[in-house]
Ligand binder design. Structure first.
Ligand SMILES: NC(=O)c1ccc[n+]([C@@H]2O[C@H](COP(=O)([O-])OP(=O)(O)OC[C@H]3O[C@@H](n4cnc5c(N)ncnc54)[C@H](OP(=O)(O)O)[C@@H]3O)[C@@H](O)[C@H]2O)c1
Length: 264
């Protein structure tokens, strides 16, 4: 968050407190670690997986930064308000918020239950709204802050069987633009990152998900993305390197959003 251009690139978030939802595993873990490498202290927020959160917090500590773990259901408004107060007490004012937590409910619309639809919309969209508003109040008072929302390639190109997931992520894109317009005058930039298929290289995912592996082989870049590749886009958008960028989505998907069904 510092605008000190003399800082080495590796410390471009020096002194920043970053709050990363779902920051314990997968893409969220990579984001927590990248922000720590860039000099931020990290609040890692998960719903229930304390073990994964503590493991990632230990990795942040090993990078020389502070980390605190918070277990919160981000769809609970009162819990979200408490969370922001607890984070600020433990680590200081939040300078960068990354709304990464999310979930899906795969399946065709005709068999999607109302409960699953509500859970996906609440977990992906409402949680982003609730936490962003709570954090933005403090950022506005300081006239400084950045928010990065994680949507997904499914927000930009519909994917059969994505059920409520794609529509909820498309709404995250819209909410990102809405926040950016309303909060620019308050010193808050709001952007987003839309990952395509992200899988750990060497994890053997291709054998477990052969249909996805076939689709990935048709992407322009012909491979799945790595969590670290999403994290680097988040770190850029959250830093002063992106000081003149707001209301934008960066699509990190190997070119798939333009060709997903056309290549082959
Ligand atoms: N992986 C991909 O290929 C891909 C592609 C496009 C977009 N994305 C998006 O990228 C983000 C991360 O994906 P991922 O696959 O790395 O995630 P993941 O491994 O499934 O982890 C999701 C994280 O979000 C947390 N979470 C979910 N609902 C929550 C709630 N209501 N309150 C608090 N925490 C909650 C989970 O906590 P617990 O473990 O404690 O439940 C977990 O830490 C998601 O928004 C996802 O939609 C992923």
């Amino acid at each position: 968050m510092s605008s000190d251009t003399a800082l080495p690139e590796s410390l471009r978030l020096n002194g920043c407190v970053a709050l990363v939802t779902g920051g314990a595993k997968g893409i969220g873990r990579a984001i927590s670690l990248q922000l720590a490498r860039d000099g931020a202290d990290v609040a890692i927020v998960v719903r229930s997986d304390r073990t994964a959160a503590l493991a990632t917090a230990a990795e942040v500590h090993a990078l020389g930064r502070k980390a605190q773990v918070f277990l919160v259901d981000l769809t609970d408004h009162a819990a979200v308000q408490d969370l922001v107060a607890q984070v600020e007490q433990a680590l200081g004012p939040v300078g960068l918020l990354v709304n990464n937590a999310g979930l899906g409910a795969p399946g065709p619309l005709l068999s999607l239950s109302e409960q699953d639809f509500d859970a996906v919309v609440a977990g992906n969209l409402k949680s982003c709204f609730l936490l962003s508003v709570c954090v933005a109040r403090g950022m506005a008072a300081r006239n400084m802050g950045a928010i990065v929302n994680i949507a997904g390639a499914s927000a930009h190109r519909s994917y059969p069987g994505a059920g409520a997931y794609g529509p909820s992520k498309a709404a995250v894109v819209s909410l990102t633009v809405q926040m950016s317009l309303e909060w620019a005058a308050l010193g808050i930039r709001v952007n987003g990152v839309s990952p395509g298929p992200i899988r750990e290289a060497g994890s053997g995912w291709e054998a477990r998900e052969p249909a996805l592996a076939e689709e990935v082989s048709r992407l322009p870049l012909k491979r799945a993305g790595q969590p670290e590749e999403v994290a680097k886009a988040v770190a850029f958008l959250g830093s002063s390197d992106a000081a003149y960028i707001t209301g934008q989505m960066m699509i990190v998907d190997g070119g798939g959003v333009n060709t997903w069904y056309l290549a082959g």
